[in-house]
Design a protein around this ligand. Sequence first.
Ligand SMILES: *Cc1c(COP(=O)(O)O)cnc(C)c1O
Length: 360
Amino acid sequence: MINVTKTFLPDQEQYLKYVQGIWERGYLTNNGPLLQELEQQLKDYLGVNQLYFCTNGTIVLQIAIKALELGGEIITTPFSYCATSNAILWENCQPVFVDIDPKSFNINPELIEASITPKTSAILATHVYGNPCDVEAIESIATKHGLRVIYDAAHAFGVIYKNKSLLSYGDISTCSFHATKVFHTIEGGALISNLPELDGKLHLLRAFGHQGDEVYLYAGINGKNSEFHAAMGLCNLPHVKDIIKARSEIFDWYDQGLNWDFISRPTLAEGVEYNYAYYPVVFESETILKGVLEALKVEDIIPRRYFYPSLNTLEFMPDAASCPVSEDISLRVICLPLYVGLPQADVIRICNIINDYLSP
Ligand SMILES: *Cc1c(COP(=O)(O)O)cnc(C)c1O
């Protein structure tokens, strides 16, 4: 079977060496030495000052909302994974969906201001497929209206935008290090911020909100990650550059192999060094998409409908506005298999199946 993704696994011996160290120290979690080492290496790799390694890419969204003391309405994108808007709901805020740009599939900054009300506290946008949002436009809107900016950067690890890490934009960026992402720690995530006033607070919020046994400062949560997860990160981080390079080659094979008369894909922002996190293709209709999925399934090839459905259409979303572009794209987009080790012959086969279906 060829799945949409396959987890990168480092050298097993190397991982076991770290595990042996964990056994020797008998120290498994709570800001342990491997976790601290991973945080330092991630800060160096990304060129950021504040980074907190946490349990997953969802709890970090919740902690970000908590840390900025957001309430009321949060402007967000309907074209993301459900974790983005669920985190807003979970923190008792109201997601206000603003439609996406038809070229980048990121939140459309031109539509944001019309959705701002006196209750708006922040903009929470996703760098979809690792393609940068219009961070300049979003920043100027946020500054003008006194709003906070959080980026769900779950897809954006390793992306450079205008010569710095994409994760360094906004008040807080959140990352996911889930096994399906470009860089992973099995389960995991991170909070990244440049706001000096959040240093310390983010650290405490992910660990119950108290300092030692006597100083209780915040209603924190348990978002700490373990030494075992940190060890996986320490094994994987040195491979990230090669992982991104291997993904870029597969990306090129698709670019060359697919017949672009009948399909399209989102346009990457200018000035981006991309991480090749996903290979999305958009068909002319959902009927064609379903036909292509069927044709691939016969050959045991399983892409993913991602993102689908448009989040504003979920039953449990209160009073969600319609977002025609997101609703349309989400019906017609799939992400094709893309992972280290996917052979060129398989990519060519996938391209041929799709091309033959579209133009028999
Ligand atoms: C994967 C993902 C998340 C959730 O991350 P987890 O680590 O699985 O909790 C959130 N947002 C986006 C856009 C994602 O792709």
